[in-house]
Design a protein around this ligand. Structure first.
Ligand code: BGC
Length: 755
């Protein structure tokens, strides 16, 4: 047995305690059935199992990717694909949905010599037909349990149309808001992202992976993609291994601990080695250190791209590099099919590596129960009954409501007064094509409820006027005049503006993270009427707000909230529900501050808030403080925080202390408060962030109610990646905040004692 193969065995054995019991079909993860199957397979059949093609029989209603399927130049792509499947040359398909044709495809796979079933994968990131809030929005709920519920509902829905495997969650920590894929993740903080990562995985995979209502999860993109330089999509990164381990890997570790059984190699390089050819990452860290038992799929074409990266001279070298590094399955146009036969013949790719990759893929198929029931999740009755169910739509509405963030509410203009005449102005007010957000290729335009529809259902007909005023990027003839006239006749203006849903997501990096000019002009003109303005921002990232948008009476971050978005926004605006979201990304003063995040380093010349000194770490034009910081958000009642108290100012090396704070609702309405715990290591052997989130609780407070909120702190909460690249804590002083945001509160100090 080769060393790698042996290691794989140990890896599987070593990980059993981390996985939900149901994730393991065979008690030790090593299946004799699979070994016997591999022994019968030809090299061509093995390569087939390592090959994932776009589904040519059931293409997506809207294209989601550049065409990566170079092998299918044939005029009749569908017929060609059936033939390839029958020949045992395809292991999995990407992005196809639909039970009838799914069954035909599966039948074709069963007709192949060994009858190995296909696995159907799809990017169901925030819902299939019932669209849940964009992940960045859901992160604002600060309720990982909600992500678990929406992922479970999405798993039920996607498995009703034949999907076995979702390319989700996206858990890249994103600190540069120019990067469009901020939208798909849980924001700038590794701790928050990790809590959401594990929750999504639990939701997708459920308690029993063999259940036809569960799907395999594929946390992505492994790893460091959020570090692309300048926030430019597909760019290189310049991450130290320490930074990689400290910031970008923890969400993945959390996802694997929760049982995720596949992962996707990222497009970017890390310290000069592209992730999709990075043995240190895919074998050293993932297999040897973490004992990950599942398989790694490349991103779309990311193995082929090793040539463009300049680390492989040609496609054959790219294939060898990728497979030997640990990319088990190729998502793309048949790279492995074209090159592995010669590479194995020449010994550049040992057969043992191929076998190991095949074993990992087949184990996942086995754990999904596909060998026992190849037609699992391919039930026409379920397809008819379990898509866009009332229960899923109700969950979409409550999740959306809980993702809304209220940033400003001068004069308590919100909730709307019952008798107010409302002018709803802006291109996002009544546009069903701009409700869902980036990953919704299966959603049908018109199915999502707009804000206008939501308000119409909530307000008397004669109280609401709806005027578009402008397109997303361009002015409309007479648009501003009509908007200004409507504003004048109203008591209050709701300005639904921001990004179009195609302005964030993959390949959607921006230079200026602002409201497009045409809409800014609309906002400025409407505000000049003097009517109070409530801005409702559609966005997939933090924005830099200017002029009348920044100065509005109220600002509501509405993100892209999905199928029930308009109902949820109307619930919040009218006060039927109270806003309870908090920012998972910092809103800067200006675009040029990116990357901009709360958990930055102190530097040798930190500028104190309000300090005017010149030779400090700062920009000349704007203050360093966030316009709205990470963790910030308002409810419809005010909450006061007492001073945090510690059970002891001395934390013993192997002990714990408790930090407690009293929070009180001083308003007249119920409120939900997100109580946040931050720490700072005051002096360590490497520089540490000025604050780091270490815990949070979302609590409900009745009017006048006070609650004491308690957090336990132990050494494990104080660890960091040291110069030797291991996680460690160092004795000494720590500051601790329990506060309503990353920029609020006064610290208390404690000392971690020596070992
Ligand atoms: C994206 C992945 C996605 C894949 C398949 C790629 O371009 O980076 O996130 O899962 O396409 O659609």
């Amino acid at each position: 047995m080769s060393r790698r193969r042996l290691l794989a065995g140990i890896a599987v054995l070593g990980t059993t305690s981390l996985l939900p019991r149901s994730a393991l079909a065979a008690p030790n993860g090593l299946s004799p059935k699979i070994d016997a199957l591999i022994a019968k397979m030809t090299l061509e059949e093995k390569i087939g199992q390592l090959t994932l093609y776009p589904d040519e029989v059931r293409p997506t209603p809207r294209p989601i990717n550049p065409d990566i399927n170079a092998q299918a130049e044939a005029r009749d792509r569908a017929r060609f694909q059936y033939a390839e499947i029958r020949a045992g040359r395809v292991g999995a398909l990407l992005a196809g949905t639909g039970v009838a044709l799914g069954r035909d495809l599966q039948k074709a796979a069963l007709e192949s010599r060994l009858g190995i079933p296909l696995m159907f994968g799809a990017d169901v990131v925030h819902g299939l037909r019932t669209i849940f809030p964009l992940p960045i929005a859901l992160a604002a709920s600060f309720e990982p349990a909600l992500a678990e519920q929406t992922a479970r509902a999405a798993a039920q829905e996607m498995s009703a149309v034949g999907v076995h495997w979702t390319y989700a969650p996206m858990i890249d920590v994103a600190r540069d808001q120019r990067w469009g894929r901020v939208a798909e993740g849980s924001g700038e903080d590794p701790y928050l992202t990790a809590r959401f990562a594990e929750a999504y995985v639990r939701g997708f995979q459920g308690d029993d992976l063999t259940s036809p209502r569960s799907v395999a999860s594929c946390p992505k993109h492994f790893a460091g993609y959020g570090g692309v330089l300048g926030g430019m999509e597909y760019n290189a990164t310049d991450l130290s291994e320490r930074e990689l381990r400290q910031t970008h890997l923890p969400p993945f570790k959390a996802a694997f601990n929760a049982g995720a059984i596949t992962t996707m190699a990222a497009f970017n390089d890390i310290d000069g080695v592209p992730a999709s050819g990075n043995a240190k990452l895919l074998t050293g860290i993932l297999r040897d250190e973490w004992k990950f038992p599942g398989f790694v799929v490349s991103d779309a074409g990311s193995a082929e791209e090793l040539v463009a990266h300049g680390v492989a001279a040609d496609e054959a070298e790219a294939a060898a590099l990728a497979l030997n590094a640990g990319v088990d399955m190729n998502m793309g146009g048949g790279l492995y099919k074209r090159h592995l036969p010669a590479l194995v013949a020449s010994g550049k790719v040992p057969m043992a590596h191929v076998d190991e990759a095949v074993r990992r893929v087949l184990l996942v198929k086995e754990r999904l129960g596909l060998f026992d029931d190849p037609f699992r999740s391919l039930d026409p009755k379920r397809e008819a009954r379990e898509v866009r169910t009332p229960a899923a739509l109700a969950l979409a509405r409550s999740a959306a409501t809980r993702s809304v963030v209220l940033l400003k509410n001068e004069g308590n203009v919100l909730p709307l007064r019952k008798d107010a005449r409302v002018a709803l102005i802006g291109p996002l007010g009544d546009d069903p094509a701009n409700m869902d957000g980036t990953w919704a290729p299966w959603a049908k335009t018109g199915e999502a409820v707009t804000l206008a529809q939501g308000l119409r259902a909530a307000l008397p007909a004669d109280r609401l006027r709806v005027v578009k005023g402008s397109d997303i990027h361009t002015a409309l003839p007479g648009g501003i005049d009509a908007a200004v006239a409507a504003a004048r006749e109203a008591d209050i203006v709701i300005l639904a503006i921001g990004e179009g849903q195609d302005m964030s997501g993959e390949a959607r990096s921006r230079v200026e993270i602002t409201v497009p000019h045409a809409q800014q002009a609309l906002a400025d003109a409407v505000a000049a009427t003097g009517r109070p303005v409530v801005v409702v921002l559609g966005t997939g990232r933090a924005l830099a707000l200017h002029g009348a948008v920044r100065d509005a009476s109220a600002i509501v971050v509405g993100w892209f909230l999905g199928s029930a978005g308009g109902l949820a926004l109307a619930d919040v605006l009218t006060g039927k529900a109270a806003p309870s979201g908090r920012l998972p990304v910092s809103f800067p003063q200006d675009s040029g501050q990116q990357p901009f995040y709360y958990n930055h380093k102190s530097t040798g010349r930190p500028q104190a808030p309000g300090e005017a000194a010149f030779f400090k770490a700062r920009y000349v034009e704007v203050s360093n403080e966030a316009l709205y910081p990470f963790g910030f958000g308002l409810g419809y009642a005010s909450v006061t925080y007492g001073e945090p108290t510690l059970s002891s100012a001395a934390l013993p090396w192997d002990g714990s202390i408790e930090a407690t704070v009293e929070v009180r609702n001083t308003g007249t309405r119920p409120v939900e408060e997100v109580v946040q715990l931050y720490i700072r290591d005051m002096a360590a052997s490497v520089t540490r962030p000025v604050r780091e989130l270490k815990g949070f609780r979302k609590v409900t407070l009745a009017p006048g109610e006070a609650q004491r909120i308690r957090f336990t702190i132990a050494r494990k909460d104080l660890t960091f990646v040291g110069s030797d690249l291991t996680w460690q804590a160092e004795a000494g002083a720590f500051d601790l905040w329990i506060a309503p945001s990353s920029a609020a509160g006064r610290p208390v100090r404690f000392m971690l004692g020596k070992a």
